[in-house]
Write a protein that binds this ligand. Structure first.
Ligand code: MG
Length: 206
């Protein structure tokens, strides 16, 4: 059994005249978040955490803000792609933990609903998702929403492997080899799904 950890960060400025969507949940508020997509800062951070955990680049790798197809896009599309990368690399989510940093609106009253929505989008149980919110005390960032996300993944046992005929150590070796081929050495330029990935920072504005 091997495990991977991933971390993601994102920030978006508040902007009048657009709906506020955080964690895939429409939230009643006077302003929304500016962005090329729907500006869902939380889903972007989780997407980056998932991609990072399987060394598959970042959100800008797959959805560059220069591409008009992603203008106003719902961010669960980005999340879905990251989930595909995780599955293809042979992993599944153990748990996800997040921190939102924003002055308004208050997240506490909707934290339960938010947690359920994020869990639904991730295909995990609500008990496997942490949603925490802080106000940006002393940061002078009252007009910005920030999100941090951490994910833990564990390798998935190959379902077609004849487990009863092979010693556990051998199966683990086999899985490790498959995973190494998918996410590790020898495939620096492409993700597990064969998508091209850049070396680093993609100037993400999604
Ligand atoms: Mg973003």
């Amino acid at each position: 059994m091997s495990m991977r950890i991933g971390y993601g960060f994102d920030s978006h400025a508040f902007k009048p005249g657009v709906p506020l969507i955080i964690g895939g949940l429409p939230i009643e508020h006077t302003e929304g978040l500016a962005g090329h997509s729907d500006g869902d800062v939380l889903l972007h951070a989780i997407t980056d955490a998932l991609l990072g955990a399987v060394s598959a680049g970042d959100i800008g790798t797959f959805f560059p803000p220069s591409d008009p197809r992603w203008k106003g896009a719902a961010s669960h599309i980005f999340l879905q792609t990251a989930l595909e990368e995780v599955a293809t690399a042979g992993f599944k989510i153990v748990n996800v933990d997040t921190v939102l940093v924003l002055a308004k609106p208050k997240i506490v009253p909707i934290a339960g609903e938010l947690r359920e929505r994020v869990a639904e989008l991730l295909g995990v149980k609500p008990g496997e998702v942490g949603i925490k919110a802080k106000t940006p005390e002393g940061l002078n960032q009252d007009h910005v929403a920030v999100a941090h996300a951490t994910v833990l993944l564990e390798s998935v046992r190959l379902t077609d492997a004849p487990v009863q005929m092979v010693a556990t150590a051998d199966v683990d070796d086999e899985i490790n080899e498959v995973v190494k081929g998918l996410v590790g050495e020898g495939s620096r330029d492409v993700s597990a799904l064969g998508r091209k990935r850049p070396a680093f920072d993609t100037d993400d504005l999604t």
